[in-house]
Design a protein around this ligand. Structure first.
Ligand code: TSX
Ligand code: MN
Length: 601
């Protein structure tokens, strides 16, 4: 079959593709079928053009290396827009622009933007093909790098068109914004300058327009743009949840499995927790997903979650056989590496990988590393794109179209003081309060910011497709609408990052976090006790197994301590945070804050 519009009978889709081909004026239009042969052909073309390097087939089978333009290395939050008809509906935490004005502006840029390039049509499904929780998107892009990444990160190609039939899809338009004049030589990583990049969402009409960046979340539109920003808006309309959460399956020594979803801001080790290897005997963790969860009530009244993605787009630096063996094994083969170092023997290297950087390694900027030189070998936001199916710890139910039943939801952040190792919410609304005040302590070193707690409610600050206060309200509503309150997941807050007053980590973290997960499991199983405190329920010290750890009884006491004075300071900070949302803040959350204040008095 030809890779053209004959692959579908969906006239709405055909018309939409033709309309955009007219605007962008690519040299050709290619409908992606998702086959292995096609994938190989695209990589071969990118290697031939100098955009990609094929890695050593023995060390890194079927894996490729890319360097981005130095100006195109991460998501661009100040160039990311939520275009709702009314500014208030985007809320105080999003950049807003008028939808009609933004469309006029961007159409001007899209005109002829794909000249000299191929427009790829990528049909993709977020979620297992045919799952009732899944949704289909179509991404138009002039980046072959995006095509091969989407093949790993989503279910993609002809099979998606077959499931789509004449149904609805989320239209996504992407261009690197670098048209080629006749005969002009292409760059290895074409993109537009920062001030010309636009990552734009139209939640009401469910459209995504992206211009000028080829990197990650700016360009792989199924991930942050669709599965979080647009999906969070769809979820609000239809009574479900689209969350920035990992999903893991935890099995106890008796062989009983419970599923846990967890939201953390960046740099808290979400991928590490998703694939954790427990240190306590008899327990196992399996990974369902490391970034996004879509959750809906099942017919039995339980909340079920799917991972809408099919791969991991993980931060490479400081991933090692020590910190996350399962991630290292996931990216052993069939992996795309972006902005890491390239060793002379065509392998990859990054800081914290566990070995010294080999002499002669090529940096992400194309310089040569020699011992003692102060070049940056891997960019701090360097990534691997790896297949979930290659993860040794992937859960057997990870592709179950029905999803997995969620017993517990965790929130957390980097909090060197104040916040205990773990505590449990009294009920759903209290848990919603916990999620709404999530944050990490930042040092003044982060340029232009004063030291303090940077709030990242539900870890959704950059990813909520509408007014964050309304999003809080949606969480309250979802709890109230539970078919059976007894089947609601229990909600916990965890903090792996407590320090003592000398700056020493009080908790070893990583695989040892299984000791905390075990308490969470036993709480959900009705086996462990929770002790009431002003902030929620904490474990009895005896219920956190610290056998074999350097954690002393004193340390554990400190880890579980609730210091009323510190929490009174915290209340002041929470009030400042809440003030941002004005009278749109749900009254239930104002009530939770009042309750906390009263409990501390
Ligand atoms: O990912 C982390 N997790 C979660 C693991 C499942 N990190 C890395 C954060 C950056 C991505 C952690 N860092 C964790 C953690 O639980 N804890 C810490 C802090 C820490 C760092 C080093 C030690 C202890 C704690 N080392 C020793 O105790 C020897
Ligand atoms: Mn994420």
């Amino acid at each position: 079959m030809a890779n053209d519009q004959s692959m579908t009978k969906n006239q709405k889709l055909i018309d939409w593709v033709n309309e955009w081909a007219k605007i962008c004026q690519p040299d050709s239009v290619y409908w992606v079928d998702g086959s292995e042969a096609e994938d190989k052909k695209l990589f071969d073309q990118m290697v031939a053009s100098g955009m990609a390097v094929k890695l050593d087939e023995k060390k890194r089978p079927n894996s490729y290396y890319f360097q981005s333009d130095p100006s195109d290395v991460a998501r661009v939050e100040d160039r990311t827009y939520i275009c709702t008809p009314k500014k208030e509906d985007a809320g105080p935490t999003n950049n807003w622009a008028d939808p009609a004005e933004m469309k006029t502006l961007m159409l001007g840029k899209y005109k002829g933007c794909m000249k000299g390039r191929t427009m790829y049509v990528i049909p993709y499904s977020m979620g297992p093909l045919g799952s009732t929780i899944a949704h289909i998107g179509i991404e138009l892009t002039d980046s072959p790098y995006v095509v091969v990444n989407m093949r790993t990160m989503t279910r993609m190609g002809k099979a998606v068109l077959d499931v789509l039939g004449n149904g609805e899809f989320v239209p996504c338009v992407h261009t690197v914004g670098a048209p080629l004049a006749p005969g002009q030589k292409d760059k290895a990583w074409p993109c537009a300058p920062i001030e010309e990049k636009y990552i734009t969402h139209f939640p009401v009409t469910k459209e995504i327009w992206s211009y000028g960046s080829g990197y990650g979340g700016n360009a792989l539109l199924g991930k942050k743009c669709f599965a979080l920003r647009i999906a969070s808006y769809m979820a609000k309309q239809d009574g479900w949840l689209a969350e920035h959460m990992l999903i893991l399956g935890l099995t106890n020594p008796e062989g009983k499995t419970k599923y846990i979803a967890a939201a953390f801001p960046s740099a808290c080790g979400k991928t590490n927790l998703a694939m954790l290897i427990p240190t306590i005997p008899g327990w196992t963790v399996k990974c369902v997903g490391d970034d996004i969860a879509w959750m809906k009530y099942g017919k039995d009244g339980q909340l079920y979650a799917i991972n809408p993605e099919a791969g991991f787009f993980g931060v490479a630096p400081f991933t090692s056989m020590e910190t996350n063996p399962n991630a290292m094994l996931s990216c052993k083969s069939d992996t795309i590496y972006t902005n890491v170092g390239l060793t002379p023997d065509k392998d990859i290297w990054w800081d914290g990988i566990g070995v010294d950087c080999p002499e002669g390694t090529i940096t992400w900027k194309g310089e040569k590393y020699t011992k003692g030189s102060d070049v940056q070998v891997a960019h701090p936001n360097a990534r691997f794109t790896a297949r979930a199916n290659n993860c040794p710890a992937i859960d057997p139910a990870w592709e179950d179209p029905a999803g997995v039943p969620i017993s517990a939801i965790l929130f957390g952040g980097r909090r060197p003081s104040t916040v205990p190792l773990v505590y449990e919410a009294r009920d759903w609304n209290h848990g919603t309060f916990m999620g709404s005040v999530v944050g990490s302590e930042v040092t003044a070193a982060a340029i232009g910011l004063k030291a303090g707690v940077r709030r990242d409610p539900f870890a959704m600050l950059p990813f909520c497709g509408y007014n964050m206060a309304d999003y809080f309200g949606h969480w309250i509503k979802v709890g109230a609408a539970a078919p059976d309150k007894n089947k609601l997941p229990k909600i916990f807050n965890v903090n792996w990052f407590r320090k003592d007053n000398t700056g020493r980590w009080l908790w070893p973290g990583f695989g040892e976090n299984s000791r905390v997960l075990a308490w969470v499991f036993d709480r959900c199983d009705g086996k462990a006790k929770g002790i009431e405190t002003p902030i929620g329920l904490i474990p009895e010290a005896k219920d956190i197994n610290v056998q074999g750890l350097k954690v002393t009884a004193e340390d554990l006491k400190e880890l579980l301590n609730v210091d009323k004075n510190l929490w009174k300071d915290e209340v002041v900070l929470i009030k400042e945070h809440y003030a941002r949302f004005g009278d749109r803040l749900p009254k239930e959350l104002a009530a939770e804050l009042e309750k906390l204040e009263k409990n501390l008095a």
